[in-house]
Design a protein around this ligand. Structure first.
Ligand code: SAM
Ligand code: SF4
Ligand code: SF4
Length: 333
Protein backbone atom coordinates (compact mmCIF):
# COMPACT_ATOMS: atom_id res chain seq x y z
CA UNK A 1 0.00 0.00 0.00
CA UNK A 2 1.30 3.43 -0.90
CA UNK A 3 2.25 5.53 2.13
CA UNK A 4 1.06 9.07 2.28
CA UNK A 5 2.05 11.96 4.51
CA UNK A 6 -1.01 13.59 6.06
CA UNK A 7 -1.19 16.31 8.67
CA UNK A 8 -3.65 16.54 11.55
CA UNK A 9 -6.05 18.61 9.39
CA UNK A 10 -6.20 15.92 6.70
CA UNK A 11 -4.01 17.78 4.22
CA UNK A 12 -1.89 15.47 2.06
CA UNK A 13 1.74 16.58 1.88
CA UNK A 14 2.97 16.16 -1.69
CA UNK A 15 5.44 18.98 -2.12
CA UNK A 16 8.88 19.36 -0.49
CA UNK A 17 11.02 22.46 -0.90
CA UNK A 18 14.66 21.84 -0.21
CA UNK A 19 17.00 24.74 0.54
CA UNK A 20 20.49 23.91 -0.71
CA UNK A 21 22.19 26.86 0.98
CA UNK A 22 21.27 29.98 2.94
CA UNK A 23 23.98 31.98 1.18
CA UNK A 24 23.13 34.43 -1.56
CA UNK A 25 24.99 36.72 -3.96
CA UNK A 26 22.01 39.14 -4.15
CA UNK A 27 20.69 41.52 -1.51
CA UNK A 28 16.99 41.79 -2.34
CA UNK A 29 15.56 44.36 0.03
CA UNK A 30 12.43 42.23 0.67
CA UNK A 31 14.50 39.17 1.59
CA UNK A 32 18.14 39.63 2.66
CA UNK A 33 18.87 43.36 2.54
CA UNK A 34 21.88 43.46 4.82
CA UNK A 35 23.41 40.14 3.81
CA UNK A 36 23.26 38.58 7.24
CA UNK A 37 25.84 35.84 7.63
CA UNK A 38 24.54 32.36 6.89
CA UNK A 39 23.11 30.32 9.74
CA UNK A 40 24.33 26.98 8.44
CA UNK A 41 28.05 26.26 8.79
CA UNK A 42 29.57 23.72 6.43
CA UNK A 43 29.39 20.94 9.03
CA UNK A 44 25.75 21.73 9.80
CA UNK A 45 24.68 21.68 6.17
CA UNK A 46 23.29 18.52 4.68
CA UNK A 47 25.71 16.85 2.29
CA UNK A 48 24.44 15.79 -1.11
CA UNK A 49 24.38 12.19 0.13
CA UNK A 50 22.17 13.22 3.06
CA UNK A 51 19.89 15.24 0.76
CA UNK A 52 19.59 12.26 -1.56
CA UNK A 53 18.79 9.92 1.34
CA UNK A 54 16.13 12.07 3.00
CA UNK A 55 14.51 12.97 -0.33
CA UNK A 56 14.34 9.29 -1.22
CA UNK A 57 12.54 8.66 2.09
CA UNK A 58 10.19 11.59 1.44
CA UNK A 59 9.37 10.27 -2.04
CA UNK A 60 8.61 6.84 -0.54
CA UNK A 61 6.12 8.72 1.68
CA UNK A 62 4.27 10.21 -1.28
CA UNK A 63 6.19 13.41 -2.03
CA UNK A 64 5.67 14.03 -5.78
CA UNK A 65 7.26 17.44 -6.26
CA UNK A 66 10.71 18.56 -5.20
CA UNK A 67 11.75 22.19 -5.57
CA UNK A 68 15.35 23.19 -4.92
CA UNK A 69 15.73 26.67 -3.52
CA UNK A 70 17.73 28.74 -1.02
CA UNK A 71 19.40 31.31 -0.53
CA UNK A 72 20.76 31.02 -4.03
CA UNK A 73 20.81 27.29 -4.78
CA UNK A 74 23.22 27.70 -7.70
CA UNK A 75 25.90 28.88 -5.25
CA UNK A 76 26.15 25.27 -4.24
CA UNK A 77 28.94 23.78 -6.36
CA UNK A 78 27.51 20.26 -6.23
CA UNK A 79 24.08 21.32 -7.55
CA UNK A 80 24.40 19.25 -10.74
CA UNK A 81 25.28 16.18 -8.65
CA UNK A 82 22.28 16.82 -6.39
CA UNK A 83 19.97 17.20 -9.39
CA UNK A 84 21.35 14.00 -10.89
CA UNK A 85 20.70 12.05 -7.69
CA UNK A 86 17.23 13.50 -7.16
CA UNK A 87 16.31 13.05 -10.83
CA UNK A 88 16.82 9.32 -10.33
CA UNK A 89 13.92 9.39 -7.83
CA UNK A 90 11.57 9.61 -10.82
CA UNK A 91 11.90 5.83 -10.97
CA UNK A 92 10.40 5.79 -7.49
CA UNK A 93 7.41 8.07 -7.81
CA UNK A 94 8.82 11.59 -8.06
CA UNK A 95 6.88 13.50 -10.73
CA UNK A 96 8.53 16.89 -10.83
CA UNK A 97 11.99 18.29 -10.06
CA UNK A 98 12.19 22.08 -10.16
CA UNK A 99 14.59 24.87 -9.19
CA UNK A 100 14.08 28.48 -8.13
CA UNK A 101 17.05 30.75 -8.84
CA UNK A 102 17.96 34.40 -9.15
CA UNK A 103 19.33 33.51 -12.60
CA UNK A 104 22.83 34.90 -12.12
CA UNK A 105 24.65 31.67 -12.92
CA UNK A 106 22.33 30.49 -15.68
CA UNK A 107 24.12 31.92 -18.74
CA UNK A 108 26.93 29.39 -18.26
CA UNK A 109 25.16 26.58 -16.47
CA UNK A 110 21.57 26.20 -17.69
CA UNK A 111 22.49 23.37 -20.05
CA UNK A 112 24.33 21.47 -17.30
CA UNK A 113 21.22 21.64 -15.10
CA UNK A 114 19.08 20.26 -17.91
CA UNK A 115 21.61 17.53 -18.67
CA UNK A 116 21.68 16.58 -14.98
CA UNK A 117 17.90 15.95 -15.05
CA UNK A 118 16.18 19.19 -14.02
CA UNK A 119 12.61 19.46 -15.35
CA UNK A 120 11.64 23.06 -14.74
CA UNK A 121 13.05 26.35 -13.62
CA UNK A 122 11.69 29.48 -11.97
CA UNK A 123 13.76 32.64 -12.33
CA UNK A 124 13.22 35.69 -10.12
CA UNK A 125 13.07 39.00 -12.00
CA UNK A 126 11.62 41.89 -10.01
CA UNK A 127 11.99 44.64 -12.57
CA UNK A 128 12.56 45.04 -16.28
CA UNK A 129 14.24 48.40 -15.70
CA UNK A 130 17.93 48.28 -14.96
CA UNK A 131 17.92 50.91 -12.21
CA UNK A 132 14.90 49.45 -10.40
CA UNK A 133 16.31 45.93 -10.66
CA UNK A 134 19.50 47.18 -9.01
CA UNK A 135 17.59 49.06 -6.35
CA UNK A 136 15.48 45.98 -5.49
CA UNK A 137 18.16 43.28 -5.64
CA UNK A 138 21.27 45.24 -4.68
CA UNK A 139 23.09 44.15 -7.84
CA UNK A 140 23.29 45.69 -11.31
CA UNK A 141 22.84 42.50 -13.30
CA UNK A 142 19.47 42.67 -15.10
CA UNK A 143 21.08 41.93 -18.50
CA UNK A 144 22.89 38.91 -17.14
CA UNK A 145 19.69 37.50 -15.60
CA UNK A 146 17.81 38.03 -18.87
CA UNK A 147 20.66 36.23 -20.68
CA UNK A 148 20.17 33.45 -18.13
CA UNK A 149 16.50 33.25 -19.09
CA UNK A 150 17.47 32.86 -22.75
CA UNK A 151 20.02 30.18 -21.83
CA UNK A 152 17.36 28.29 -19.85
CA UNK A 153 15.00 28.44 -22.84
CA UNK A 154 17.72 27.28 -25.16
CA UNK A 155 18.50 24.36 -22.83
CA UNK A 156 14.85 23.29 -22.97
CA UNK A 157 13.99 24.01 -19.35
CA UNK A 158 10.48 24.93 -20.37
CA UNK A 159 7.90 26.14 -19.50
CA UNK A 160 9.83 28.82 -17.63
CA UNK A 161 8.27 30.66 -14.72
CA UNK A 162 9.29 34.17 -13.72
CA UNK A 163 8.73 35.27 -10.11
CA UNK A 164 8.30 38.95 -9.31
CA UNK A 165 7.60 40.20 -5.80
CA UNK A 166 5.49 43.33 -6.22
CA UNK A 167 6.15 45.99 -3.60
CA UNK A 168 4.41 49.37 -3.34
CA UNK A 169 6.61 52.27 -4.32
CA UNK A 170 9.07 50.05 -6.19
CA UNK A 171 7.63 48.06 -9.08
CA UNK A 172 3.81 48.10 -9.02
CA UNK A 173 3.91 50.34 -12.10
CA UNK A 174 5.58 47.49 -14.03
CA UNK A 175 2.88 44.86 -13.52
CA UNK A 176 1.34 45.32 -16.98
CA UNK A 177 4.82 45.49 -18.56
CA UNK A 178 5.56 42.11 -17.04
CA UNK A 179 2.37 40.80 -18.66
CA UNK A 180 3.65 42.12 -22.02
CA UNK A 181 6.95 40.37 -21.28
CA UNK A 182 5.11 37.09 -20.57
CA UNK A 183 3.36 37.30 -23.95
CA UNK A 184 6.48 38.20 -25.90
CA UNK A 185 8.70 35.57 -24.27
CA UNK A 186 6.05 32.88 -23.74
CA UNK A 187 6.75 32.55 -20.02
CA UNK A 188 4.54 32.03 -16.99
CA UNK A 189 4.63 35.17 -14.85
CA UNK A 190 4.11 34.69 -11.14
CA UNK A 191 3.32 37.87 -9.24
CA UNK A 192 3.91 37.44 -5.50
CA UNK A 193 2.60 39.56 -2.65
CA UNK A 194 5.28 40.85 -0.29
CA UNK A 195 5.26 38.75 2.90
CA UNK A 196 6.72 39.66 6.32
CA UNK A 197 9.74 37.40 5.81
CA UNK A 198 12.44 40.00 5.14
CA UNK A 199 15.51 39.88 7.36
CA UNK A 200 15.46 43.68 7.70
CA UNK A 201 11.96 43.51 9.26
CA UNK A 202 10.85 46.48 7.20
CA UNK A 203 7.63 44.85 5.92
CA UNK A 204 4.49 46.89 6.37
CA UNK A 205 0.95 46.31 5.18
CA UNK A 206 1.09 49.52 3.12
CA UNK A 207 3.89 47.99 1.02
CA UNK A 208 1.74 44.99 0.01
CA UNK A 209 0.26 45.28 -3.48
CA UNK A 210 -2.77 43.00 -3.35
CA UNK A 211 -3.47 40.20 -5.79
CA UNK A 212 -6.63 42.04 -6.72
CA UNK A 213 -4.76 45.21 -7.67
CA UNK A 214 -2.27 43.15 -9.69
CA UNK A 215 -5.16 41.50 -11.57
CA UNK A 216 -6.75 44.88 -12.26
CA UNK A 217 -3.53 46.44 -13.49
CA UNK A 218 -3.05 43.62 -15.99
CA UNK A 219 -6.69 43.49 -17.08
CA UNK A 220 -6.60 47.18 -18.02
CA UNK A 221 -4.06 46.32 -20.73
CA UNK A 222 -4.86 42.67 -21.47
CA UNK A 223 -8.21 41.04 -20.59
CA UNK A 224 -7.62 37.78 -18.70
CA UNK A 225 -9.50 34.50 -18.52
CA UNK A 226 -9.10 32.19 -15.50
CA UNK A 227 -7.43 28.92 -16.40
CA UNK A 228 -10.07 26.25 -15.90
CA UNK A 229 -8.29 23.86 -13.61
CA UNK A 230 -8.96 22.51 -10.18
CA UNK A 231 -6.73 24.79 -8.15
CA UNK A 232 -6.00 21.95 -5.72
CA UNK A 233 -2.90 22.78 -3.72
CA UNK A 234 -1.57 25.30 -6.24
CA UNK A 235 -0.36 28.51 -4.67
CA UNK A 236 -1.29 30.72 -7.61
CA UNK A 237 -4.55 31.62 -9.27
CA UNK A 238 -3.83 31.32 -12.97
CA UNK A 239 -5.00 33.23 -16.03
CA UNK A 240 -4.47 33.17 -19.75
CA UNK A 241 -4.77 36.05 -22.16
CA UNK A 242 -8.25 36.47 -23.61
CA UNK A 243 -6.82 37.18 -27.08
CA UNK A 244 -5.05 33.81 -27.13
CA UNK A 245 -1.52 35.23 -26.87
CA UNK A 246 1.15 32.93 -25.47
CA UNK A 247 2.29 33.18 -21.84
CA UNK A 248 0.39 32.87 -18.59
CA UNK A 249 -0.28 34.95 -15.51
CA UNK A 250 -0.28 33.56 -11.97
CA UNK A 251 -1.01 35.55 -8.86
CA UNK A 252 0.25 34.37 -5.48
CA UNK A 253 -1.55 36.32 -2.79
CA UNK A 254 -0.75 34.72 0.58
CA UNK A 255 -1.45 37.95 2.50
CA UNK A 256 -4.81 39.02 1.06
CA UNK A 257 -6.11 35.70 -0.32
CA UNK A 258 -4.56 32.98 1.91
CA UNK A 259 -4.60 29.41 0.56
CA UNK A 260 -3.47 27.54 3.68
CA UNK A 261 -6.49 25.22 3.68
CA UNK A 262 -5.09 23.45 0.61
CA UNK A 263 -1.42 23.63 1.59
CA UNK A 264 0.54 20.55 0.54
CA UNK A 265 4.01 21.87 1.32
CA UNK A 266 6.75 21.38 3.85
CA UNK A 267 10.31 22.66 3.76
CA UNK A 268 13.76 21.42 4.58
CA UNK A 269 16.40 24.04 5.42
CA UNK A 270 20.02 23.81 4.27
CA UNK A 271 20.98 22.67 7.78
CA UNK A 272 18.41 19.89 7.75
CA UNK A 273 15.55 21.38 9.77
CA UNK A 274 12.00 20.54 8.74
CA UNK A 275 9.73 23.59 8.67
CA UNK A 276 6.08 22.65 8.47
CA UNK A 277 5.02 26.19 7.47
CA UNK A 278 6.72 29.26 6.01
CA UNK A 279 5.71 31.01 9.21
CA UNK A 280 6.68 28.28 11.69
CA UNK A 281 8.20 29.47 14.94
CA UNK A 282 9.62 26.02 15.68
CA UNK A 283 11.75 23.64 13.60
CA UNK A 284 12.45 19.93 13.71
CA UNK A 285 15.98 18.64 13.22
CA UNK A 286 15.79 15.83 10.73
CA UNK A 287 19.55 16.22 10.39
CA UNK A 288 20.14 15.22 14.01
CA UNK A 289 17.89 12.20 13.60
CA UNK A 290 19.68 11.10 10.43
CA UNK A 291 23.15 11.74 11.91
CA UNK A 292 22.47 9.68 15.02
CA UNK A 293 22.29 6.67 12.71
CA UNK A 294 18.56 6.23 13.14
CA UNK A 295 17.12 3.34 11.18
CA UNK A 296 15.03 4.08 8.10
CA UNK A 297 11.84 3.26 10.00
CA UNK A 298 12.85 5.66 12.81
CA UNK A 299 13.43 8.40 10.23
CA UNK A 300 9.99 7.69 8.74
CA UNK A 301 8.31 7.77 12.16
CA UNK A 302 10.02 11.08 12.91
CA UNK A 303 8.87 12.65 9.62
CA UNK A 304 5.30 11.41 10.10
CA UNK A 305 5.20 12.83 13.65
CA UNK A 306 6.56 16.19 12.52
CA UNK A 307 4.04 16.47 9.68
CA UNK A 308 1.21 15.94 12.19
CA UNK A 309 2.37 19.17 13.84
CA UNK A 310 1.87 21.27 10.70
CA UNK A 311 0.24 24.61 11.47
CA UNK A 312 -3.32 25.11 10.19
CA UNK A 313 -2.52 28.47 8.60
CA UNK A 314 -0.46 31.64 8.90
CA UNK A 315 -1.45 34.48 11.20
CA UNK A 316 -0.16 37.47 9.20
CA UNK A 317 -3.56 39.13 9.44
CA UNK A 318 -4.06 38.51 13.19
CA UNK A 319 -2.96 40.95 15.88
CA UNK A 320 -1.17 38.00 17.54
CA UNK A 321 1.15 37.48 14.53
CA UNK A 322 4.66 36.48 15.57
CA UNK A 323 7.53 36.83 13.09
CA UNK A 324 8.84 33.38 12.16
CA UNK A 325 12.08 32.05 13.57
CA UNK A 326 13.88 32.47 10.24
CA UNK A 327 13.48 34.82 7.31
CA UNK A 328 13.03 33.88 3.65
CA UNK A 329 16.61 33.29 2.48
CA UNK A 330 17.23 31.03 5.49
CA UNK A 331 13.98 29.10 5.04
CA UNK A 332 14.00 28.40 1.32
CA UNK A 333 11.23 30.31 -0.42
N1 SAM B 1 17.48 32.99 -4.59
C1 SAM B 1 16.48 32.36 -5.36
C2 SAM B 1 15.54 33.37 -5.98
O1 SAM B 1 15.56 34.53 -5.59
O2 SAM B 1 14.80 32.95 -6.86
C3 SAM B 1 15.67 31.31 -4.59
C4 SAM B 1 15.31 31.63 -3.17
S1 SAM B 1 14.17 33.00 -2.94
C5 SAM B 1 14.00 33.04 -1.20
C6 SAM B 1 12.64 32.26 -3.55
C7 SAM B 1 11.55 33.24 -3.88
O3 SAM B 1 11.12 33.87 -2.69
C8 SAM B 1 11.99 34.34 -4.82
O4 SAM B 1 11.19 34.36 -5.98
C9 SAM B 1 11.80 35.59 -4.01
O5 SAM B 1 11.41 36.66 -4.81
C10 SAM B 1 10.75 35.19 -3.01
N2 SAM B 1 10.77 36.02 -1.80
C11 SAM B 1 11.83 36.32 -1.03
N3 SAM B 1 11.47 37.11 0.00
C12 SAM B 1 10.13 37.31 -0.11
C13 SAM B 1 9.16 38.04 0.64
N4 SAM B 1 9.51 38.73 1.74
N5 SAM B 1 7.87 38.02 0.23
C14 SAM B 1 7.52 37.31 -0.88
N6 SAM B 1 8.39 36.60 -1.62
C15 SAM B 1 9.68 36.60 -1.26
FE1 SF4 C 1 18.84 35.99 -2.61
FE2 SF4 C 1 16.64 35.03 -3.68
FE3 SF4 C 1 16.54 36.26 -1.30
FE4 SF4 C 1 17.02 37.68 -3.49
S1 SF4 C 1 15.15 36.53 -3.03
S2 SF4 C 1 18.17 37.82 -1.56
S3 SF4 C 1 18.16 36.28 -4.75
S4 SF4 C 1 17.57 34.37 -1.73
FE1 SF4 D 1 1.17 26.47 3.87
FE2 SF4 D 1 2.03 27.90 5.96
FE3 SF4 D 1 2.17 28.90 3.46
FE4 SF4 D 1 -0.21 28.62 4.71
S1 SF4 D 1 1.49 29.97 5.29
S2 SF4 D 1 0.24 28.07 2.56
S3 SF4 D 1 0.12 26.72 5.85
S4 SF4 D 1 3.27 27.13 4.26
Amino acid sequence: MERLLKDSYGRAIRDLRVSLTDRCNFRCFYCLPHGEPPIASKEQMLSYEEIEYVCEVFVSLGIEKLRLTGGEPMMRRDIETIIGKLGALKQKGLLDLALTTNGYFLPDRAQALKDAGLDRITISVDSLKRAVFKEMTGVDVLDRVLAGLEAAKHAGLQPIKINAVIVRGHNEDEVADFATFAREHNVKMRFIEFMPLDSGHDWSREMVVSGREIRERISERFPLIPVEVERGSETSSRYRFADGAPGEIGIIAPVTEPFCGACSRIRLTADGQIRTCLFSTVEHSLRDVVRTAASRSEVIDYIEDVVMKKEPRHYINDPTFVTPSRTMSFIGG
